[in-house]
Design a protein around this ligand. Structure first.
Ligand code: NAD
Length: 373
């Protein structure tokens, strides 16, 4: 028993050291290697970000996180709601020339303070504003899901290449220490080969009039939160799925007239591993576990902004809570400024998920038929 606790404490210390070094490596500034950013003619200490769409996520998470970031800062806002502007100007010390609406957005091209446009709009608007931002010569962070489907996602990637600007997706969990740790444990086969993944993310959605319940806006549980489970299955198993079977279930035909309420899907991987996944707009779930030959690794809660918790057969990992959004935006800024590789949050990663989402919907249409990817 004593041996177990000593092992536990030493593993725990290793984990803490890991978090510290992760944070340091993401935010450290290499001042000698500062020319990776391909359109800055002079060196900035922080990159300027403009938030497009001042809804919940931008207001409650991203803007406050930009007060904590070390390598980027809020330098512009784009909104179609004039009544929001005064408060934003006051809260973030913004001046008139930093305020845009959806019509004059393209003139952001003339604003050198802004390096990155962060698209935080309903999903059906992601492509349009990403393309317009590239036209304006800006890099883009686009929220998840990056587009309505894989075809749109591919067009966005192509536009970035043409403009010689980079496209990133709002995959904050790639920077989150519990997820970094679970990826490390899986990659090193700490508990042997992974055979099975099980994960679910869902919540009971409120207001029946919101865009998340509207198909034309890219609504539905899968697009909104199921995508996190797709992500987690892919980065723990470390492969792309080769086949998918999915089914959709509805209990409220009025509220979920247009979009999915609950979907379960299974992904098969080339090494024989299988992932069973669930997403829902009516049931609350937030977990993942990876079953390997010699034990399982579990995260619960797994996908939210608060304190995540990890468990294994040998020890738990409860890293201190960090600001996921700040770490994510700093990581991207560091990558642009100092050519430090980002944590796999590029457009191609978003496209892989969109292909899987397309396949899930295709399987549902065919009553659960196995769809090859
Ligand atoms: P929201 O509804 O709170 O905000 C959407 C914003 O878009 C609002 O300011 C709204 O005024 C504006 N808008 C412009 N045109 C609109 C139109 N035609 N219809 C509706 N709204 C319009 O949504 P949100 O929760 O902030 O989500 C925005 C994006 O961010 C989505 O893509 C969502 O998936 C993503 N998101 C990501 C995370 C994350 O953790 N990464 C969390 C929440 C949301």
């Amino acid at each position: 028993m004593k041996g177990f606790f000593i092992t536990f404490i030493s593993l725990e210390m290793k984990r803490r050291k890991f978090t510290k070094s992760l944070t340091a490596s993401i935010t450290s500034i290499s001042l000698t290697n500062g020319f990776g950013h391909n359109h800055l003619s002079f060196r900035k200490e922080k990159l300027g970000i403009a938030l497009v769409g001042l809804g919940n996520y931008a207001t409650r998470q991203l803007a406050p996180a930009l007060l904590e970031t070390q390598m980027c800062e809020l330098k512009g806002i784009v909104s179609g709601t004039p009544s929001k502007i005064d408060l934003w100007k006051k809260d973030y010390n913004l001046k008139d020339h930093q305020i845009y609406d959806y019509n004059n957005f393209d003139s952001i091209a003339n604003n050198d303070e802004i390096d990155i446009v962060y698209v935080v709009l309903p999903n059906n608007m992601h492509k349009e504003f990403t393309l317009r931002a590239f036209q304006a010569g800006k890099h883009v962070i686009c929220e998840k899901p990056m587009a309505m489907n894989a075809q749109e996602a591919a067009q966005m990637i192509e536009a970035g290449k043409k403009a010689k600007r980079q496209l990133f997706i709002g995959y904050r969990l790639h920077y989150e220490p519990h997820h970094r740790e679970i990826i490390r444990l899986c990659k090193t086969e700490a508990f042997g080969k992974i055979k099975f993944f099980e994960g679910g993310f869902g919540f009971r959605i409120g207001n029946p009039n919101q865009w998340r319940l509207n198909k034309a806006y890219g609504g539905g549980a899968l697009m909104d939160v199921g995508i996190y489970v797709i992500q987690a299955a892919r980065y723990t198993i470390g492969l792309e799925p080769i086949a998918i079977s999915a089914r959709e279930f509805k209990t409220d035909l009025v509220k979920f007239k247009e979009v999915d309420e609950l979907i379960t899907w299974q992904m098969e991987f080339s090494n024989g591993a299988v992932a069973n996944c669930t997403t829902s707009f009516s049931a609350s779930t937030n977990h993942l576990y990876v079953a390997a030959e010699k034990g399982l690794i579990r995260l619960s809660p797994a996908y939210t902004y608060g304190q995540l918790r990890g468990y294994t057969r040998k020890y738990n990992f409860d890293f201190p809570q960090i600001n996921q959004q700040a770490l994510h935006m700093d990581g991207i800024s560091n990558s642009l400024m100092n050519s430090v590789p980002h944590m796999n949050v590029g457009g191609e990663e978003g496209l892989r998920d969109m292909k899987i989402i397309d396949a899930i919907f295709a399987s549902i249409k065919q009553h659960g038929k196995r769809v090859m990817i």
